[in-house]
Design a protein around this ligand. Structure first.
Ligand SMILES: NC(=O)c1ccc[n+]([C@@H]2O[C@H](COP(=O)([O-])OP(=O)(O)OC[C@H]3O[C@@H](n4cnc5c(N)ncnc54)[C@H](O)[C@@H]3O)[C@@H](O)[C@H]2O)c1
Length: 379
C-alpha cells in the first residue's frame, strides 16, 4: 500500500480575499487533508492559529519550510514575484487572479513553471465549473447553429470604501510597477477569462488583437466602465462590456450567440440558459470544483488542473491591451448620480449604463462607437 503524505501548504496574504483561503485551508487542515505549515503577511492575524506559525514574508517561510503548495492571495503587482519565489523553492502554486499584472511577467512566470515542472493554478474560480464543459458541448453539438459571436457583460457597483481599502486599489501603476486594477482586469476579470474559455481562446496565441474603450466614473486612475473587443485566431470576436457604476446591479454573464439561438452562462451561479426560438428555455445548474482542491488533486495525480497558467494567456493579451491603452477618460460628472449608504460610504452611478452594456455586447460595438453622449464627451 502506498501512503500519500499530507501536502504541506503555506498561505501568503491572510486578509482581504486571503481570509476566504485561510478559512478553507483551516478546514482542510483540521480534517487532515493538508498540513497548513505557515502563513505569511506583513499584517499578522490578530488571533494566531494554534500550531500554524506566522511570518512577515514568503522568504521567511521558505527559509525554514519546504511547502508542497503555496497559495498567493496578495495585491496584483506582487503576484509574479511571490509565485516565482515559490516555484524556485520547489512548490506548486495557486495564485489569485490575475496571474500577474502585465504580459512580460506573465510570460516569465509561464516559462518558469514549465522549467520547474510545477503547476501554477490561476484563481479564476469560474473555470472550475462544470458549466463550461456543458456550454462548450452544447455549442459543439450545434444546438444554437453556427456561432456568430461571444460576449460577456457585467454591471456592478463599487463604492468609495472599495477604492479606499488598499493603496493599490484603482491604480494603473504604483511606485513604477504595473498594477492594472481596472474593471476588466480585476473586479470583472472573471467575465473576460470565462468568455475566452467558452470561446476556446485561452492560450496567448489564441488572441490576435484587442481594442479597448476605457472610462472612469470614480476618482481613480484605472478604468471602471469599459469595453474590450478581442479578435481570435478562430476568426470570431469576443466583446466584453462592464461597469462598476451600475444603478441596477446584476449577475455578470457570458453569451454565445448562434444562428439558431443563444446560450447564456451565469458564471457566478453556475447556471446555463439555452434559448432556441419555438422552445422553452433550457435551464441547467452545474457543480463547481474548488481550485485549491483541484490543484491538490493535480499535485497528487500529475493530471492537469482546471485553470493552469497557460490557460490564462488569452486573458493576459486582453490585460496587456488595457495596460498599454491610453489613460481611461473621465465621464463628465453631469451624467452621474451620487448614492449614500447608511454606513457613510458613497458610490457613483451612471444611469443608463446597463442599457449601454447590453447594446455593446449585442451590437459588438464600443461605447464610443455607439455614440453615447457620456462616452463621446469624456476626456
Ligand atoms: N477569485 C476571486 O473571486 C477574488 C475576489 C477578490 C479578490 N481576489 C484576489 O485576491 C487577491 C488579494 O486581493 P485583496 O482585495 O484581498 O487585497 P488586499 O490588499 O485587501 O489584501 C491583500 C493581503 O495581502 C497582504 N500582503 C500584501 N503584500 C504582501 C506580501 N508581499 N507578502 C505577503 N502578504 C502581503 C496584505 O497585508 C493583505 O493582508 C488579488 O489578487 C485579488 O484579485 C480574488
Amino acid at each position: 500500500m502506498t501512503i500519500t503524505p499530507v501536502p504541506r501548504v503555506a498561505l501568503v496574504g491572510v486578509h482581504g480575499y486571503g481570509a476566504n483561503h485561510l478559512d478553507r485551508l483551516v478546514t482542510r487542515h483540521r480534517r487532515g487533508e493538508v498540513d497548513l505549515v505557515a502563513l505569511a503577511d506583513p499584517a499578522p492575524l490578530a488571533e494566531p492559529l494554534d500550531g500554524v506559525p506566522q511570518f512577515d514574508a514568503l522568504d521567511d517561510v521558505l527559509a525554514v519550510q519546504a511547502p508542497d503548495v503555496v497559495v498567493v492571495s496578495t495585491p496584483l503587482h506582487t503576484h509574479a514575484d511571490l509565485a516565482s519565489r515559490a516555484l524556485r523553492a520547489g512548490a506548486h502554486v495557486l495564485v489569485e487572479k490575475p496571474a500577474t499584472a502585465d504580459l512580460p511577467s506573465f510570460e516569465a512566470l509561464l516559462a518558469l513553471a514549465a522549467e520547474r515542472e510545477r503547476w501554477v493554478q490561476v484563481g479564476f474560480q469560474s473555470l472550475g465549473s462544470a458549466a463550461l464543459q456543458h456550454v462548450r458541448r452544447r455549442v459543439a453539438e450545434g444546438r444554437i447553429g453556427e456561432v456568430t459571436g461571444y460576449s460577456a457583460a457585467g454591471c456592478w457597483l463599487r463604492t468609495r470604501a472599495y477604492y479606499d481599502r488598499a493603496p493599490w486599489a484603482g491604480r494603473r501603476r504604483l511606485a513604477g510597477r504595473v498594477v492594472a486594477d481596472g474593471a476588466l482586469t480585476n473586479p470583472l476579470a472573471h467575465a473576460v477569462a470565462t468568455v475566452l474559455a467558452v470561446a476556446g481562446a485561452q492560450r496567448l496565441e489564441d488572441v490576435t488583437g484587442v481594442e479597448t474603450d476605457l472610462f472612469h466614473v470614480n476618482d481613480i486612475e484605472a478604468d471602471d466602465t469599459s469595453v474590450a473587443r478581442a479578435r481570435l485566431v478562430s476568426g470570431h470576436e469576443v466583446v466584453v462590456a462592464v461597469t462598476l457604476a451600475a444603478t441596477d446591479v446584476g449577475e455578470p454573464f457570458v453569451t454565445v450567440t448562434g444562428t439558431g439561438g443563444t446560450i447564456r452562462l451565469h458564471y457566478a451561479a453556475d447556471v446555463v440558459v439555452e434559448e432556441v426560438p419555438g422552445r422553452p428555455p433550457l435551464v441547467t445548474r452545474h457543480q463547481r470544483t474548488d481550485l485549491v482542491d483541484d490543484l491538490l488533486r493535480a499535485v497528487r495525480t500529475g493530471e492537469r488542473p482546471l485553470s493552469p497558467i497557460e490557460d490564462a494567456g488569452g486573458f493576459a493579451r486582453v490585460q496587456d491591451a488595457v495596460v498599454n491603452a491610453p489613460a481611461p477618460r473621465r465621464i463628465d460628472p453631469r451624467f452621474l448620480r451620487r448614492v449614500e449608504f447608511g454606513d457613510g460610504d458613497v458610490g457613483l452611478q451612471l444611469p443608463g449604463v446597463e442599457e449601454a452594456v447590453q447594446r455593446a455586447v449585442t451590437e459588438g460595438k464600443t461605447f464610443t462607437e455607439l455614440g453615447l453622449e457620456w462616452a463621446v464627451t469624456a476626456r
